[in-house]
Design a protein around this ligand. Structure first.
Ligand code: ADP
Ligand code: MG
Length: 695
């Protein structure tokens, strides 16, 4: 049936979107829904009842038997609890029921979701409520209702509640600024976002043979293959038929649930690919990115692949990231990061730019913490991703404009007319900001910022909460200062000059991968939080707590809870990796190597008896013996250290980084050398060549 649908028919066919709502709801209920979306207010129960009924009818027509409140707990994955629609009626038959109450409030037992200590065990219940700004959809005979997730005491237990709050706050402050520029029309400003998602596809059969991939999502061992990504022929290369089929199927699945999947191409590493959707509001984008990751895994499975979303599945091969393209748009259709063509539009653009520059400089560490994870530690600063230092790339021309504001000098547009930066005249902004710098963690790309530090498996909500909140804070400060000024133009000029001068250090247009940048950044006083264990403590710096509390995004308790979850996550990830490694060495690698050595010894006896030289056998045996000793020793160290993990979480986090991760490097080194000289038949799991070049 699907095959016969045209793309416009297919698109959103499983989504209870605006068009369907308009069709199926009474005019007043549709208006009530619209109003609750634009004002961020709660839906009345009578409207909720009508929507629930229409949603249920529609879902039943789409073959749904169950419904679920779908939410994003603080771990950044998604969770769901399925209930069936059936209600028994007295005579032994059932009817399909679903009420407005069930739509706006579900009560999952929250006790097994991480709460960072927010919820006492006697108050294990949490509640979920439909987020009317994100649409319900049908997947696997189930109606999915995107929801927020809170404790009964009202504290947020998810990533969506604070995201919605941060979107409201940045809207409020941005509208204040727009009023200063004489804009009386705009009622709401929306943070909008388009996440580019990287991933690997590997053969499912091979995947199933590796315990490390199954338990940790990455390879803990693997000798570098004779061919890596040196030829760079994969990037934008032709898609292999099986991959191409996967992508077509994925697009179909995404389109059905209303995800605007747009671009797809191969990435730098072999077996690596990327998908980018068309941007939408940051809330929907967050839901859709979670859904995309889920569907990638599921569709891959249908095509005999496994989809790896880990930040660094293979050592020595580029890892996967996620580029969070972020901007602010008005309900009147303007993008506030679009440099205008008139002096007034320029002034507005420069003010938003100044707020952004100030925010990133003041909250470098807060932004850094939002992308800190054990997986991302392998990427940041490793010549394949931006360094762990925050900086902003503006491009030569825009940088020229900023410089001329700082120095109060004439602005020379390359080869063109010269303009005086005067009281009533800001420099024109070049329209064509096409130069790209792929090494910057935060690049201005024409009309949006591209935050490139995110790991591929991460929820984009954390970084977007930080971007929105930081922007709200700076815009509020600007509005406080500019409102009521008699001479707005000169007050604005002064503010711009002062802000760009004070925060110039965060602007960097050079090569972020270069070692000299690390030194230069240190001279500029920028923070360089190399690992997760360095970054996470800044989550609870007073300045960063204040940012969230003052803007009404989190209470101090909620910040603390999130901090504890980050610490626990890091420790748990490394602990699982270390135990998996130990298990694979003891039960797979050491026995395999020992069998191979025994085989060589047997052969040596036979060959000697036949008076044939045994150079290969002898040398290999002694290499194997030396490396086996080294591996055993490293493993015993690792085991000993794993039994001595400190109890205090912060200490454990540092211990995992300084002791356990180092032990793992040692063990892996010996194991990879063994792999290089062991007969492939004996090696207990498929190696890199097969994993990476099998599609
Ligand atoms: P690339 O960065 O690979 O050159 P594009 O610039 O075309 O690709 O877009 C990358 C992503 O940025 C896409 O998801 C796109 O929808 C999104 N994007 C484009 N404009 C905006 C915007 N104003 N705000 C947020 N995201 C945007
Ligand atoms: Mg990009």
């Amino acid at each position: 049936m699907e095959q016969n649908l045209t793309l416009p028919e297919l698109f959103g066919s499983m989504l209870f979107g605006e068009r369907i709502m308009k069709e199926r709801l009474s005019k007043s209920t549709f208006q009530a829904w619209k109003k609750s979306v634009s004002n961020g207010t709660q839906l009345e129960l009578s409207a909720a009842n009508e929507i629930a009924e229409a949603m249920k009818q529609w879902a039943l027509e789409k073959g749904a038997t169950h419904f679920t409140h779908w939410f994003q707990p603080m771990t950044g994955v998604t969770a769901e609890k399925h209930d069936s629609f059936i209600e028994p009626v007295g005579d032994g038959t059932v009817v399909m029921e679903f009420s407005g109450k069930e739509l706006v409030r579900g009560e999952p037992d929250a006790s097994s979701f991480p709460s960072g200590g927010l919820r006492a065990t006697f108050e294990a219940r949490g509640y979920t409520a439909w987020d009317p700004t994100s649409f319900a959809f049908v997947k696997d005979h189930t109606l999915y209702i995107p929801t927020i997730f809170c404790a009964y005491s009202g504290q947020a237990l998810d990533k969506k509640t604070p995201l919605l709050k941060s979107m409201d706050e940045v809207s409020k402050q941005a509208v204040r600024i727009l009023r200063l520029f004489g804009d009386t029309e705009t009622k709401r400003v929306t943070a909008q976002c388009g996440p580019e998602q990287e991933y690997f596809l590997i053969d499912k059969q091979l995947y199933n043979q590796r315990e490390d991939l199954k338990l940790t999502g990455r390879t803990l061992f693997g000798n570098k293959p004779p061919r890596g990504q040196e030829l760079e022929d994969h990037y934008f290369g032709q898609l292999k038929p099986r991959v191409s089929e996967f992508m077509r199927d994925l697009d179909n699945e995404l389109w059905k649930v209303g995800v605007l999947s747009k671009t797809k191409h191969n990435e730098v590493a072999p077996s690596q690919h990327e998908m980018a959707p068309i941007y939408t509001n940051a809330n929907l984008a967050g839901d859709q990115n979670q859904l995309t990751m889920e569907l990638m895994k599921r569709v891959a499975d249908r095509h005999g692949f496994h989809c790896l979303l880990h930040e660094k599945p293979f050592a020595g091969v580029n890892g996967s990231g996620k580029h969070d393209n972020w901007s602010l748009g008005t309900d009147t259709g303007k993008n506030l990061f679009n440099p205008g063509s008139t002096p007034a539009q320029n002034a507005r653009f420069l003010l938003f730019l100044a707020a952004f520059v100030k925010g990133v400089d003041e909250y470098q560490d807060a932004l850094r913490t939002t992308v800190a994870s054990a997986g991302n530690d392998h990427r940041l600063g490793a010549q394949e991703a931006p360094p762990a230092i925050l900086s902003i790339f503006l491009g030569q021309e825009l940088d020229g404009v900023v410089q001329s504001i700082i120095r109060g000098k004439e602005f020379h547009e390359a080869g063109k007319k010269t303009l005086q930066v005067g009281i009533d005249m800001l420099p024109p902004i070049p329209q064509d900001n096409t130069d790209r710098n792929r090494t910057s963690p935060m690049a201005f790309t024409g009309n949006k910022f591209e935050f490139r530090m995110l790991g591929s498996s991460q929820s984009i909500s954390g970084p977007n909460i930080a971007l929105n909140t930081m922007m709200a804070e700076e815009l509020r400060q600007f509005a406080d200062r500019l409102e009521g000024q008699e001479d707005f133009q000169s007050a604005l000029q002064e503010l711009l000059k002062e802000t760009f001068t004070a925060h110039e250090r965060i602007i960097f247009n050079g090569n972020g991968y270069d070692q000299s940048w690390v030194e230069e950044a240190e001279k500029r006083g920028l923070s360089n939080l190399v690992s997760t264990a360095d970054a996470i403590p800044h989550y609870i710096d007073q300045k960063n707590i204040d940012l969230y509390v003052k803007n009404g995004i989190y209470t101090e308790e909620e910040v603390m809870a999130r901090y504890r979850i980050h610490v626990e996550n890091y420790c748990a990830t490394i602990s699982i990796e270390a135990h998996t490694m130990d298990d694979m060495i003891r039960r797979q690698i050491l026995p395999a190597v020992s069998s191979f050595a025994a085989e060589l010894c047997r052969r040596m006896g036979d060959l000697k008896a036949a008076e044939v030289p045994v150079v290969y056998e002898t040398r290999t045996c002694s290499h194997l013996a030396i490396l086996t000793d080294a591996l055993l020793e490293a493993t015993e160290e690792l085991e000993k250290h794993l039994s001595e993990v400190p109890e205090i979480p912060e200490e454990a986090m540092r211990y995992f980084r300084d002791v356990i991760v180092q032990d793992m490097v040692q063990a892996r080194d010996a194991a990879d050398r063994l792999e290089a000289i062991t007969d492939e038949k004996y090696w207990p799991f498929p190696g890199y060549s097969r994993l990476l070049f099998s599609e």
